[in-house]
Design a protein around this ligand. Structure first.
Ligand SMILES: NC(=O)c1ccc[n+]([C@@H]2O[C@H](COP(=O)([O-])OP(=O)(O)OC[C@H]3O[C@@H](n4cnc5c(N)ncnc54)[C@H](O)[C@@H]3O)[C@@H](O)[C@H]2O)c1
Length: 262
């Protein structure tokens, strides 16, 4: 979970107006904190409004209840951010749910639900934000779209097939949108965490064993022998949104202590 490593003085996101989905906890909350610490105004959309409001109050931002699988709720989140900030120049599609299990055990309803939340949600949220991102890109020459994909968007693993399939889809979406939107000045990238200790991981690692042991196994198998924290992911996400990444688009940035090489 958060380790305080996000505390910093650099203001690479000064003046930026960022929407983060799934910012009520875990990686999204760490990103909201980091973006605000770097000078951004932050709007959080989440199905869990109570926890989103706590994070928003902490970062001086705003929170809106938003299920990103519902286009009308996505549109409302964008409107609320526009009303408050006057513009939106970055969208971080981060909201998601987990799942592990044997491939044979997944039923059609579960498969559709996973694809809906992990893939259709980011599509609808992006469509809702695109007009604002286009205006921001035209006005300042740079707008950014970021996805929280996963290491499992780039490689497979047993007993997490549907989640990996959806995250591979997110990477395909990101790479295609990078080509489609680049000429309009919108950069599109993904941050790809390895396993990170969050509520999602705590509730969905059952098919792999007891969570602490699963986390320890990933850490010990990684070349760096370290846990990846939510703040580690947030640091990379802030970089991708910032002007320091102005020549990066179509990039899937792995933040996994090298675990994919193990
Ligand atoms: N934790 C990991 O190991 C890990 C690794 C790779 C990728 N990810 C991805 O990181 C992202 C954040 O996950 P996390 O680990 O911080 O988990 P988390 O459970 O702490 O956070 C996920 C957030 O998304 C919100 N959410 C869920 N469904 C939603 C919906 N339909 N609309 C809006 N909000 C919704 C939840 O309320 C929650 O606040 C997810 O996309 C996840 O797939 C996580």
């Amino acid at each position: 979970m958060g380790d305080g490593g996000g505390a910093m003085t650099m203001k690479r996101l000064d003046g930026r107006k960022v929407i983060v989905t799934g910012g009520a906890g875990g990686i999204g909350a760490a990103c909201a904190r980091r973006y605000a610490a770097e000078g951004a105004q932050v709007a959080i959309g989440d199905i869990d409004l109570d926890r989103a409001q706590v994070v928003a109050a902490e970062v001086g931002g705003i929170a809106e209840r938003c299920d990103h699988t519902d286009a009308a709720q996505c549109a409302r989140l964008v409107q609320v951010a526009l009303d408050r900030f006057g513009a939106v120049d970055a969208l971080h599609n981060n909201a998601g749910i987990g799942w592990t299990g044997a491939f044979d055990a997944i039923d059609a309803a579960q498969a559709r639900r996973l694809l809906d939340v992990l893939l259709v949600g980011p599509v609808l949220m992006t469509q809702a934000a695109l007009p604002a991102l286009r205006r921001a890109a035209a006005a300042r020459g740079d707008a950014a779209l970021l996805f929280t994909a996963s290491g499992l968007g780039l490689h497979g693993r047993p007993r997490i097939s549907l989640y990996a399939a959806a995250k591979h889809g997110v990477i395909g979406l990101m790479r295609s949108l990078a080509l489609e939107l680049g000429p309009e000045g919108i950069r599109v990238n993904a941050v790809c965490p390895g396993i990170v200790d969050t509520r999602m991981v705590r509730t969905t690692t059952a098919a792999w064993g007891e969570t602490d042991q699963v986390l320890a196994a990933f850490r010990d198998a990684s070349p760096l022998r370290r846990d990846v924290s939510t703040d580690d992911v947030a640091a990379s996400a802030a970089f991708l949104l910032s002007g320091d990444a102005r020549s990066l688009t179509g990039t899937a940035l792995l933040v996994d202590a090298g675990a994919h090489e193990a």
